[in-house]
Design a protein around this ligand. Sequence first.
Ligand SMILES: Cc1ncc(COP(=O)(O)O)c(C=O)c1O
Length: 359
Amino acid sequence: MAQPPIRINLFSDTVTKPGPEMRRAIAEAEVGDDMSGEDPTVNRLEAMCCALFDKPAAVFACSGTQANQMAIWSHCVAGDELIAENTSHVVNYEAGAPAVLSGVCWRTVAGRGGMLDVDDLKHVPRPVDQHFPRTRLLVLENTTNLGGGRVYPPEQLRRVCRWAHQQGWRVHLDGARLMNAVVACGVPPAELCRECDTVAMCFSKGLGCPMGSILVGDEPTIARARRARKIFGGALRQAGIVAAAAIYALENNVERLRLDHENARQFARDLAELPHVHIDPADVETNLVFFDLDPQWGTAGELVARAREHGLKIGALGPQRLRACTHLDVDRADLIEAVAILRRCLEGNDGGAGRTRTS
Ligand SMILES: Cc1ncc(COP(=O)(O)O)c(C=O)c1O
């Protein structure tokens, strides 16, 4: 049976489509050959990001994965090791790219909410010995994705970075949703990321662009990252058409992330009222809402499939774990309807396959 169209898409904030104003910025972008450094719009975006993060250099990338992997390639050589939290995107969701592209291996460490603190890392450093890979890089994530959309307390982020530097490691921040962290903690990007050697930020998530990320850092590291981008096949020509969308997003779509966070918190409170759903709304700090389903009802996959039949798309992230995500293409009315659909599915009143258990 054909699936009905998706009416409410809470699968990710990557599903946003550029609106008329952003499309106008794209259409009117001045462009040139970015691989020769001649695209004025890309150059403007990179300069804006240098100022935003108070870092000397920036390079535009096609995706968050590409920006992260360019950073890893730039900080490490083959045989080096990176350290990341258990749930981190770079080691769980980037197709083994550190090993494939940079010959880098990794060790993961358990944190809380996807975040690490110095105590979590104290056992990690190893003596210099021919047996061991050289630990070279710590990768942190802010906000965390699979960790639950959590925001690093700024002081914790500084503390971990300083401690990592004392070990002789460099620090890369995967800030795919960095602006969500910025609006949630109220600390500007430059101050928040002062101690990070490189930061990758996506334009294609809550900021609403069709594609694109930025990597910022010191000049030698970003020069290497530019080379990595070429090696990975991600150096572009008239990339100004996408850089224009990113500039539009930085100028117009940052403050509104607060609304996504408020919507997510209210959605979480509404979910907490549903049967078979386990969620603590206090855990929702940004636009990602994770919740667990009582196995007595069924699996996360079953609920996802059932909701999809009613035009609602959410994600299953484990046998009982689900994720919904607020963004600029969903409003409060959509979220109220999403809760109503989920309630009908969970109560077996959705006219679907007839699950009626209420225990
Ligand atoms: C924390 C985090 N880092 C990196 C990425 C990768 O971004 P992209 O999908 O643009 O490659 C994502 C994507 O969702 C993410 O959530």
